[in-house]
Ligand binder design. Structure first.
Ligand code: ATP
Length: 223
């Protein structure tokens, strides 16, 4: 479950030079809930995902992630919490010098999973995303859509309790986008809480779900 109460965020917490990215955002998502995160460019979607991914802290208000209050959590607890979160970044953020296999294996290795398990799990998800033959390729040798599928595989391989995806279909064709949505539906059925920021109106129409709509840093709609 995630819970926000009057969360505000600006990129320069102390000063006044950066615009306010988020204002008084309050909402809850139960464990296993799925939310579309909508709004025009600059509305604050990526900023909200940063707070939920624990890569930035709210400037004001309270944020609870998977039962922990972020403001009160110590560094070690935040690090543990981060390992339960999967993130698909808009720009993929793959490690360019590591083979695809090792990029995807990272979350499992951070959990110190036995290498035999890692091999089985990574090969199985590589097959699922249709990249079974590209395990040894480096990300720069892949197309944009292939890189996005690697980023998705890395975000879900450890079955995170919270999955955050920023425009996860922008490099995918319709068939792949639909398969991704089927995966999200399965994960959400297994208890993963999922937020997906998108401008893909056709996808939203094909997969209607609860929407969080932002505009100019404010939450306009929760329903
Ligand atoms: N690193 C940053 N430093 C300062 N301001 C930023 C930074 N990133 C975003 N902003 C500002 O925060 C506000 C919200 O931006 P954000 O990236 O969250 O919007 P978004 O809804 O994700 O947009 P898009 O759909 O284009 O990705 C904007 O005013 C933006 O200019």
């Amino acid at each position: 479950m995630i819970r926000l109460r009057d969360v505000g965020f600006r990129y320069d917490a102390a000063g006044t030079s950066a615009p306010v990215a988020l204002r008084q955002i309050s909402f809850e998502v139960p464990q296993g809930g799925f939310r579309w995160l909508l709004g025009p460019s600059g509305a604050g979607k990526s900023s909200l995902l940063r707070l939920l991914a624990l890569t930035a802290r709210p400037t004001s208000g309270t944020l609870e992630i998977l039962g922990s209050s972020v403001a009160q959590a110590r560094r070690a607890a935040l690090a543990r919490l981060r390992r339960r979160i999967g993130v698909v970044h808009q720009d993929f953020r793959l490690l360019p010098d590591l083979p695809v296999f090792d990029n995807i294996a990272l979350p499992l290795r951070l959990q110190h999973r036995p290498e035999d398990d890692v091999r089985d799990e990574v090969h199985s998800i590589l097959d699922w995303v249709g990249l079974g033959s590209r395990a040894t390729a480096r990300p720069p040798q892949l197309s944009g859509g292939e890189q996005q599928r690697v980023a998705i595989a890395r975000a879900v391989i450890h079955r995170p309790a919270l999955l955050l995806a920023d425009e996860p279909t922008n490099a995918l064709d319709e068939y792949q986008a639909n398969r991704l949505m089927d995966l999200f539906r399965d994960l959400s059925g297994l208890g993963t809480t999922i937020l997906v920021a998108t401008h893909n109106d056709a996808l939203i129409r094909r997969y209607p779900a609860h929407e969080l709509e932002l505009a100019q840093g404010r939450l306009l709609r929760d329903g």
